[in-house]
Write a protein that binds this ligand. Structure first.
Ligand code: SF4
Ligand code: SF4
Ligand code: FES
Length: 457
C-alpha cells in the first residue's frame, strides 16, 4: 500500500497516493488540464505537451502526465505563462489542421475544439492554401475511417493496437509535416476491439463508419446500460434520439468505464448489436400468423392457460432482467407449473477470447443459476409459454412473448426489448448491474412485467 501524501495545486491542498501521476490527481479533482496523448488505459506518452504545469523549484514547465506526485509538491496549473504556453502548442497543432469542423463528425465532442475555445482564439499565421495536405476518408478496416489531416499525432490509436490488443496494425509513418497515422503495409485494422480507437481518438481523425453523419451529437440523449451480447456485461452508454413527432431511435453504443468489468472498452460485436436490437421487431399480436388485438390476445392467453392447467411449461430467456425472471417464477406458481431456461443454446466457444468476450452469450445466466432455474429441456408437451428464449420448441399449444419476428405457430405477444425497460443483470463474475430504460416509443409494446400483471388481473 503506497503512502498518502499532500500536495498543493493552485493554492489548494490535495491528498494523493505517493507515486501516482500528477495528471490523474488533476483529472480526479476536476482541475482543468488539457491533454491529447495521455489516457488512463494507455498511460503517459508525453508527445502532445498540452498538459504543462508549473512546479515550484523547477526552472521550466513540466508535463503533468509524466510527473509523479511528491510530498509537499506545489503546482500551478492556470498561470498566464501556462495559458500562453497552451495557446502556442495549440497553434502548432493547428498549422496543418483543415479546420473543417462544420463537416466533421467529431464536432461537439472534440478535444481540439474544446481546447481552442479555452486557450486558442488566436489568428492563424497559416492560410488554408499553405497547409500540408493528407488523405481524407481512408477506410482503415473494421468500420474505422481515418482523416489524416485532422490527426494530432497523439498515438493513442497506435498504442491501443500495441498495448491493448497486441495486434500492431497501426503506426505513425513519416517525419515532421509528413508524419501520419497509417496501417502497416498490406494490412487492415482488423481485431475484435478495433472500434475502440474511435472513442480513444481525441479529435475527428478516427470516426466510426457505422455512426458518422447519422446524427449531430448534440441531438443525442444518453442512457446508462449494460451490453447484452454476452455474460461479461460490459457497461455502455446508449445514445439515442427522439425527434419531435418521430420515434425514438438508437444510433450507437459506447463503452462506459467500469474498472471491475470492462475497463474503458467493449468488443465491436457488442457495440454494433444495437442495430439488430431495433430491427425486425414483433410489433403486433398474432394468432397462427394472423393479426389480433392486444385485448383478444390476452383473453386467448388466459383461456389457453386455463385449458392446459397442469400440463404447462414456462421457458425463459437468460437475457431477461432479474426482476422479470423473479416475476415469471412467481407467476408460474400461480398456474401450478415450473420454469426452465435451457442454457446450451447460449454457449459459443468461437466468440470467447481472453480480453472481454465470454463464451456464454446470455447476459443474466448467473441469475438463472442463483435462482436454481432448471436449465434442461422443457418437461411438458401440453402448453409452452416462451418468454423470448431463442430455442425452438414443439408442443400442442404455444404462447410466445417475443421481442423480434420469428417463425412461430400459436399465440404471439409483442414484447419490449431490454432497452425499452429497466432492470438488473448479474454478470458471470457475480457483479450486479443496473440498466436504465433508454428508448421511449410512441406506441410502446408491453414489458414482461406488464404482461404478467394483465394475465393475473
Ligand atoms: S488518429 Fe486520432 S488517436 Fe490516432 S494519433 Fe491521430 S489523433 Fe491520435
Ligand atoms: S464482451 Fe460481451 S458484454 Fe462486452 S461488449 Fe462484447 S458482447 Fe457485449
Ligand atoms: S498529455 Fe501530457 S504530453 Fe500529452
Amino acid at each position: 500500500m503506497s503512502e498518502v501524501i499532500n500536495i498543493i495545486v493552485d493554492g489548494e491542498n490535495y491528498e494523493a497516493q505517493e507515486g501516482s501521476l500528477l495528471i490523474d490527481l488533476l483529472i480526479k479533482n476536476k482541475i482543468k488540464v488539457p491533454y491529447f496523448c495521455y489516457h488512463e488505459s494507455l498511460g503517459p506518452d508525453g508527445n502532445c505537451r498540452m498538459c504543462m504545469v508549473e512546479i515550484e523549484g523547477q526552472k521550466r514547465p513540466q508535463i503533468a502526465c509524466d510527473t509523479f506526485v511528491k510530498e509537499g509538491m506545489e503546482v500551478r496549473s492556470n498561470t498566464q505563462n501556462i495559458k500562453s504556453l497552451r495557446t502556442d502548442i495549440l497553434e502548432l497543432e493547428l498549422i496543418n489542421h483543415p479546420v473543417d469542423c462544420p463537416v466533421c463528425d467529431q464536432a461537439g465532442e472534440c478535444s481540439l475544439q474544446d481546447f481552442y475555445m479555452d486557450y486558442g482564439l488566436h489568428n492563424s499565421k497559416v492560410t488554408i492554401q499553405d497547409k500540408v495536405k493528407h488523405d481524407k476518408a481512408v477506410d482503415l478496416g473494421s468500420n474505422v475511417m481515418l482523416d489524416q489531416e485532422r490527426c494530432v499525432l497523439c498515438a493513442r490509436c497506435t498504442r491501443f493496437t500495441d498495448k491493448i490488443t497486441g495486434t500492431h496494425e497501426l503506426g505513425i509513418i513519416g517525419r515532421g509535416d509528413n508524419a501520419k497515422v497509417s496501417t502497416m503495409p498490406g494490412r487492415k485494422l482488423s481485431n475484435a476491439y478495433a472500434m475502440n480507437v474511435v472513442d480513444l481518438c481525441p479529435v475527428g481523425a478516427l470516426t466510426s463508419k457505422d455512426f458518422r453523419f447519422s446524427q449531430r451529437v448534440w441531438f443525442l440523449q444518453t442512457a446508462e446500460s449494460v451490453c447484452h451480447g454476452c455474460a461479461k456485461g460490459c457497461n455502455i452508454y446508449i445514445d439515442h434520439n427522439k425527434p419531435k413527432y418521430k420515434d425514438d431511435v438508437m444510433y450507437r453504443f459506447r463503452p462506459r468505464r467500469n474498472d471491475a468489468v470492462n475497463g474503458f472498452f467493449m468488443c465491436d460485436e457488442g457495440r454494433l448489436s444495437y442495430k439488430e436490437l431495433q430491427e425486425n421487431r414483433q410489433e403486433r399480436a398474432l394468432l397462427n400468423g394472423e393479426d389480433i388485438s392486444q385485448e383478444e390476445a390476452i383473453q386467448k392467453a388466459k383461456e389457453t392457460i386455463k385449458k392446459f392447467y397442469g400440463n404447462i411449461c414456462i421457458i425463459l430467456d437468460a437475457n431477461l432482467y432479474t426482476q422479470e425472471i423473479e416475476a415469471i417464477i412467481k407467476f408460474a406458481k400461480t398456474i401450478g407449473t415450473n420454469v426452465c431456461s435451457p442454457q446450451e443454446i447460449y454457449q459459443d466457444e468461437d466468440f470467447k477470447d481472453d480480453m472481454l468476450k465470454s463464451a456464454n452469450r446470455a447476459a443474466n445466466s448467473k441469475t438463472i443459476e442463483k435462482l436454481h432455474v432448471y436449465t434442461g429441456k422443457p418437461r411438458s408437451d401440453g402448453l409452452i409459454i416462451n418468454f423470448n428464449h431463442p430455442g425452438e420448441f414443439s408442443a400442442q399449444s404455444q404462447i410466445n412473448f417475443f421481442t423480434h419476428k420469428r417463425n412461430n405457430a400459436g399465440l404471439t405477444l409483442p414484447t419490449a426489448t431490454w432497452n425499452e425497460s429497466s432492470g438488473t443483470l448479474t454478470n458471470e463474475d457475480g457483479i450486479e448491474q443496473k440498466c436504465e430504460q433508454a428508448i421511449h416509443k410512441n406506441n410502446p409494446v408491453p414489458t414482461v412485467i406488464e404482461y404478467l400483471q394483465r394475465l393475473q388481473s
